[in-house]
Every structure is written in structure tokens, then in C-alpha cells.
Design a protein around this ligand. Structure first.
Ligand SMILES: [Cu+2]
Length: 348
């Protein structure tokens, strides 16, 4: 066995399960034995995997309760997996064994847990991972089924923990990985419930009655109004194929996910294995996900929306995909000077 750097290897061996003899190397996918996964914050996605052989993946998540921006001038106390909403993106391969470590920051007020929909086992890991502030829990599961799965907090009241932002995605790729694309992004919708009305500035408290009534104040992508707008928009170049890993944390609303001016060439509905083609709007339930792919062919700005449109234009479920490159007038002209029917050879 060869390890580098040596101090890391020594540290790693101390904490590996019995029978494991490999080093833990952050982000490495080539030794086929074990690695600490490199996790990403949305909209970034970890690098694609090409492995065909399973290994041990060590996932380290830390719960943080922290005040962040929900909208311009609006603050909210989010509960997070890793300091952002949605939580860190986890990428493994079918057949991998995942050793999940959940730390609950000592500065937090509440216990938390994680229920991953990629787990086959009671509670999706929620009871095994229940952890008090300042403590760490651990459990291990085998990623039996490929697909795109939601994870979320499993501590009662679960609805409230999820409403405060405790959700993310785990992708279980088939051996060898998904077909290659040019760009991949991580987008996750969630609905939020504040005591103050939409746009009221200042620190806003959670409104349980609105949550129970399923009347959100905000519906957003990636944890905040404007998280995917302007200089934070997703980007691509003409001719590229873009894959979006789209999740819905809810806790209540089903998303009618749509990109205005684009057609999804391929969708894996519900994050499953079957392909659907040529889709305008895909339905993503709370606790569900979809993989959507589109080849961008005309430059410009495309709006990502929940096509329940008052959510998009009045509650925040609006993002942007900016496509750069040469015009493609054969596909889309842009504004034209109207021609008369006479000029077209028709009768006036
Ligand atoms: Cu929680």
C-alpha cells in the first residue's frame, strides 16, 4: 500500500472500518477502495465518475444553523447541510458502500439527522444518524439503486426542519457513469414560510400556520430569491449540452419545472432510469428529483421557472441560464420587420 501524504494516511487508517486497507484521499476515484468525497455547493456538481468497480465512499456533512439571505433585504435562520441551501451534492456509484458522518455544529440549538432516499434501510438512516449539537453520528449503507435522490433532515418535526432548508441531492450513477455532457448544474427548489409578507425586510421568523396551510411566502431555487439570476446565472455556450440535476425539497409544493424558450431533449423523470424525450415541463414532487438535459442552440437568456407562474414572478421561483455564442437565425430570428402578404406573393 502506498499513501501520500503520510500524515493524512495515518490519520485515515485510524478511522477506517476493520478490513479496510486503503488510504482516504479527497476526491480520488481511482484506487477502487476508499475515498473522502469532494462535495459541492449548488449550482456546482462534483466531477463525473468513470469507475466501474465499487469502493468505500466517506461522506462528511456538517449541520449548521445560520442566518442567511432569503431575498434582497430579507434574512432567515436557515438550517443547512454544510452551510448552504440546498445541502452539499453527493456523487457516488451504484454498488458503493457509503460511510456517512453527520456532525452537528456545537453552536447549533437542535438535534438533527439525515434521511437519504438512496438508502435501503429503516428511516433512510434518520434514526442511525440522530445527533445532538456538538456531537457526530455515523452509519453505513450500500447504494443499491442508481438514480438522483433527495436527502433531508429526519428529526421531528421533520416538516419544519425541511422548511428551514435541510435538503440536498445524492446522485448514484450507474457503473461507468452517465453519458458525458458539456456542463452539469445543481438546482433545487424549496418553499419557505415567513411571518412577514413577501419582501418584508429584516430577519423573518418561520410561520408554522402558513406551512401547515401550504401557503408559502417564498418559492425559490437554491435557497434564495435571485440565487440563479444575473451574475449568478447558469451559463453555457451555443452547441453545448447542459444537464441539470433538479431536486425539490418542498416541503409542500410540487414543482412544474420549465425553462422558458427551451425544450428538454431528455428527462429522467422522478430521477429514475427511464428516459423521456422532448419535454416542455417536468413535474417534480417534494422529496423528488429529475435529471433534465438540453442542447442550447440559440444565444440569449433563458428563464428557469416553476411554471405555476405566480410562484415564479411573485414568490421567487425564477432563475436564468445565459447562453453565449453566435446568432442562429435559421433556428430563431429575433424581432423581424413584418412583411406584407403581397411581398410573400399572396393576394393583398
Ligand atoms: Cu434537522
Amino acid at each position: 500500500m502506498k499513501c501520500s501524504p503520510a500524515p493524512l494516511c495515518a490519520l485515515v487508517l485510524l478511522s477506517l472500518p476493520v478490513g479496510t486497507t486503503s488510504c482516504r484521499r479527497a476526491g480520488s476515484e481511482n484506487d477502487g477502495k476508499a475515498a473522502v468525497l469532494a462535495l459541492t455547493d449548488a449550482p456546482a456538481v462534483p466531477a463525473p465518475v468513470t469507475r466501474r468497480s465499487p469502493r468505500l465512499d466517506i461522506v462528511e456533512l456538517e449541520v449548521r444553523e445560520q442566518v442567511m439571505s432569503l431575498a434582497s433585504g430579507v434574512a432567515y435562520t436557515f438550517w443547512t447541510f454544510g452551510g448552504h441551501v440546498p445541502g452539499k451534492f453527493i456523487r457516488v456509484v451504484q454498488g458503493d458502500t457509503v460511510e456517512l458522518h453527520l456532525k452537528n455544529d456545537a453552536g447549533n440549538k437542535l438535534p438533527h439527522a439525515i434521511d437519504l432516499h438512496a438508502v435501503t434501510g429503516p428511516g433512510g438512516g434518520a434514526m442511525s444518524s440522530f445527533v445532538a449539537p456538538g456531537q457526530e453520528s455515523q452509519f453505513t449503507f450500500k447504494a443499491l439503486n442508481p438514480g438522483l435522490y433527495v436527502y433531508h433532515c429526519g428529526t421531528p418535526p421533520v416538516g419544519m426542519h425541511v422548511a428551514n432548508g435541510m435538503y440536498g441531492l445524492i446522485l448514484v450513477e450507474p457503473p461507468g457513469g452517465l453519458p458525458r455532457v458539456d456542463r452539469e448544474y445543481y438546482v433545487m427548489q424549496g418553499d419557505f414560510y415567513t411571518v412577514g409578507p413577501h419582501g418584508q425586510p429584516g430577519l423573518q421568523a418561520f410561520d408554522e400556520e402558513k406551512a401547515v396551510d401550504e401557503k408559502p411566502t417564498y418559492v425559490v431555487f437554491n435557497g434564495a430569491e435571485g440565487a440563479l439570476m444575473d451574475d449568478r446565472a447558469l451559463i453555457a455556450e451555443v452547441g453545448e449540452t447542459v444537464r441539470l440535476y433538479v431536486g425539490n425539497g418542498g416541503p409542500n409544493l410540487t414543482s412544474s419545472f420549465h425553462v422558458i424558450g427551451a425544450i428538454f431533449d431528455r428527462v429522467y423523470p422522478e430521477g429514475g432510469s427511464r428516459l423521456q424525450e422532448n419535454v416542455q415541463t417536468t413535474s417534480i414532487p417534494p422529496g423528488g428529483a429529475a435529471i433534465v438535459e438540453l442542447k442550447v442552440q440559440v444565444p440569449g437568456t433563458y428563464a428557469l421557472v416553476d411554471h405555476a407562474l405566480f410562484r415564479a414572478f411573485n414568490k421567487g421561483a425564477l432563475g436564468q441560464l445565459k447562453v453565449f455564442g453566435p446568432p442562429a437565425p435559421g433556428i430563431y430570428s429575433g424581432p423581424q420587420e413584418p412583411r406584407s402578404r403581397t411581398a410573400l406573393g399572396g393576394r393583398p
